[in-house]
Ligand binder design. Structure first.
Ligand code: SAH
Length: 463
């Protein structure tokens, strides 16, 4: 972020606009919407601007811009002339006087830029591309405009009217937020949007008096998918945005973490290989105790919580403690990562079955069903198998799989950092060492790996 978005109160404060054409007119209109006291400086002005002068909406100084004294006392300055020399002079003088200045279409002369605005006052959304792509910012604005019904401003006004009452009833901000979230997801909002404000206010009174002052906590066991945030489910996203605290693993991608409610408390419980930051039993206890404090706890996991995710153990403890919970499936690595690597896990000609295996070493060795893994016409997907890769390849060959059987190892699949190394049972280990792949990596063994040559579709930025 190169600039800090803030909202400045300019009601009745002097804002100086230099320039008298259409661009100046647009800027003046925006300033007037925010109730500024606008003074316009320009030897000539358009008829639209003259109209505003005549009805005394703005002050007009019918002169050229000559010196910094014309900017004295302003809280904002905008230069919107087509004369670069004048624009530059205004910019320099304003900077000298420490007044924030905007020069239209000259980012280098600005100390502030004007955002694209979605106005549902008192809800206001400002969008900026930091000067890089104003057209894109306007496009995004149009999208948001269509998403937000015009009545959202009325909802905010009514919420404002109830603010003190709600504050009086609930002592903590957490309780207040839970109350408001319940209201915002319920029928009261529809009433307001359909114009039945009086009825909506009565409903709100009822909801307020009926609301319990103590909320029961809950745990959301959510699968965050393999990395690409677009692969989250709607439910995952909704719960991620309403939690009070988020307990997360190393496997959850930074892009997915970005979507967790900004002011939720974040608790990292690690789990890099062999250095568990918190033992599983303590994680189970932590979840239960947070929920028993009345918090809405997001237990966010990579992939799917029930596939090599120990989700079952976590909810077992919650069951025992009587803590309510819900589980949201996620796209598991085998599914998401194979897709983004262009490798279908089954195929009529090559594989009629697919095995998901954990390659996690126990006491330094692998105790797997090698016979089942070596059967023909199937695909074997190995989670947590990077460290044991050489052993896996060796054992499969020993159990009768052809040394030329194709294998892929995919690092950080579905993300913009995805890397894929393909080879055979015989030569893959060496390739993986040379490319220095690091966890998380998924191993796919089977004829289907060959299809990647034809079907590879995903091009990560840093691949
Ligand atoms: N519950 C998770 C799996 C947890 S086990 C799921 O359903 O996906 C952790 C293993 O998952 C990693 O060692 C790796 O083998 C695999 N994995 C998870 N995300 C991955 C990714 N983006 N790319 C490659 N492998 C991944």
């Amino acid at each position: 972020m190169q600039a800090l978005p803030i909202f400045i109160n300019i009601t009745n404060r002097l804002c100086v606009v230099v320039g008298g054409g259409d661009v100046a007119m647009r800027k003046v209109n925006t300033l007037l919407k925010a109730n500024a006291a606008v003074t316009l400086i320009s030897p000539e002005i358009s008829s639209d601007l003259l109209g505003l002068v005549n009805v005394k909406k703005i002050n007009y100084s019918a002169t050229c811009y000559l010196s910094a004294t014309q900017l004295q006392g302003a809280c904002l300055v905008i230069a919107a002339t087509d004369d670069h020399v004048v624009n530059m002079a205004v910019s320099n003088d304003a900077k000298h006087l420490n007044i924030p200045v905007n020069v239209v279409d000259s980012p280098s002369l600005c100390t502030f830029t004007m955002a694209s605005i979605v106005d549902r006052s008192p809800i206001v959304i400002a969008i900026s591309s930091e000067g890089n792509a104003p057209v894109l910012a306007r496009y995004i604005r149009t999208k948001i405009e269509t998403m937000l019904p015009a009545g959202y401003g009325r909802i905010a006004h009514i919420a404002g009217e109830f603010r003190d009452k709600v504050k009086a009833k609930f002592t903590t901000t957490q309780q207040r937020r839970i109350f408001w979230e319940g209201v915002l997801q319920g029928p009261i909002v529809e009433r307001i949007l359909s114009g039945q404000e009086a009825a909506a206010k009565l409903d709100l009174e009822d909801a307020l008096s009926a609301a319990p002052t103590q909320h029961q906590g809950e745990v959301y066991l959510v699968g965050g998918g393999p990395g690409d945030p677009d692969l989250l489910t709607f439910r995952a996203l909704r719960l991620m945005q309403q939690c009070d605290v988020c307990v997360y693993d190393k496997l959850v991608s930074p892009e997915v973490m970005e979507l967790v409610r900004r002011d939720a408390e974040l608790i990292y419980v690690g789990k890099a290989r062999d250095q568990h930051t918190l033992p599983q039993e303590e994680i189970n206890e932590l979840l239960a105790s947070l929920a028993l404090q009345g918090k809405r706890v997001l237990r966010l996991k990579g992939g799917d919580p029930f596939i090599f995710g120990r989700g079952g153990e976590e909810i077992e403890t919650l069951m025992q403690r009587g803590v309510p919970f819900q589980v949201v499936p996620g796209i598991t690595a085998a599914n998401g990562v194979s897709t983004y690597a262009g490798i279908p896990l089954t195929h009529r000609d090559y594989a009629q079955a697919c095995l998901f295996i954990t390659g996690h070493l126990k006491n330094g060795s692998l105790d797997l069903d090698w016979v089942a893994m070596s059967r023909p016409r199937q695909t074997v997907v190995v989670y947590m198998g990077l460290v044991g890769l050489a052993e896996i390849c060796r054992q499969l060959i020993q159990h009768g799989v052809a040394p030329s059987m194709p294998v892929a190892v995919i690092e950080q699949g579905t993300t913009q950092r995805q890397r894929v190394v393909t080879g055979t049972l015989q030569d893959l280990t060496e390739k993986v060492v040379t490319t220095q792949l690091k966890a998380p990596c998924l191993i796919i063994v089977g004829e289907v790996v060959r299809l990647r040559e034809k079907l590879n579709w995903f091009e990560p930025l840093k691949g």
